[in-house]
Design a protein around this ligand. Structure first.
Ligand code: ZN
Length: 260
């Protein structure tokens, strides 16, 4: 909790409560992946994001209620999602709760293969399918919206090497803010950083992070994710009231009646 004085009154800034969710399967099954992420991708992200001052917790699919109980979500301002093999194991009831939370204002950062998660597809309303190739190639991510806070400190572009390649067509709705476009050595391009507003919630899809490569130790990748967490945690306006709205001003209608 940080307290500052502004114009004689005190304003309190609470640290962002970040939950890093990971299915945590391949890191425990495949020795090549275990070598890179011995304690799981969630632990590597928690370590890498620790300097940014978030209140971090991790959650994994083997925990009660898939790590996504209401108690956990009650203490989550922003949820990071990494999943690949087990998308279909998340029950629709959980997806319904997550969707409601996002519409009510919880931030959601969907990483890499999370493009096929139920929650991302639900929020997008499309298949979210794409092309892919595992060839340990170079990816260059170009900033295409330098006014956006997610690009702070990133420069004009940055390189991730090696990583899996993704290619268009990426079946998503046109992003509300398109922030990064990737180029890959093999020739593809890809919309790698896509921001959306859904209800009161902010969503960011960020492409890098195949589990067979050490992408989540890359300081620039971590900076983008930290920027995205801050952006997704920013406040929002009043919850809209969906009511039969009485007039706010008195007026005479087309029938000559005074209304209000
Ligand atoms: Zn992958």
């Amino acid at each position: 909790m940080i307290m500052v004085r502004i114009g004689g009154s005190s304003v309190t800034f609470k640290p962002v409560r970040l939950t890093i969710w990971n299915e945590f399967i391949r890191e425990r099954q495949d020795p090549n992946v275990t070598k890179i992420y011995p304690n799981g991708i969630h632990a590597a992200l928690a370590n890498g994001l620790a300097p940014y001052g978030f209140e971090i917790r991790t959650a994994t699919m083997d925990q009660p209620e898939y790590g996504l109980s209401n108690e956990v979500l009650d203490q989550t301002d922003v949820l990071i999602w990494w999943g690949h093999l087990a998308h279909e194991q998340i029950p629709d009831e959980t997806v319904n709760r997550l969707q409601t939370r996002v519409l009510q204002g919880m931030g959601l950062i969907v990483l890499h293969s999370g493009h096929r998660s139920k929650i991302f597809k639900r929020l997008m309303g499309t298949t979210c399918e794409l092309k892919w190739r595992k060839a340990a190639e170079r990816e260059r991510l170009w900033v295409v919206n330098p006014a956006h806070p997610i690009t702070e400190g990133i420069g004009e572009y940055f390189v991730v090497q090696p990583d899996e390649a993704f290619g268009e067509f990426f079946d998503i709705p046109a992003p509300d803010d398109l922030i990064f476009i990737s180029w890959f050595q093999g020739g593809e391009v890809f919309r790698s950083g896509c921001a959306y507003y859904r209800g009161l919630g902010k969503i960011f899809y960020f492409r890098p992070g195949h589990e067979e490569y050490p992408t989540y130790y890359n300081k620039t990748v971590l900076r983008v994710i930290a920027n995205a967490v801050r952006w997704a945690a920013t406040g929002h306006g009043a919850e809209p009231q969906n009511i039969n709205q009485p007039p706010l001003e008195k007026f005479i209608n087309a029938n000559g009646q005074t209304i209000g």
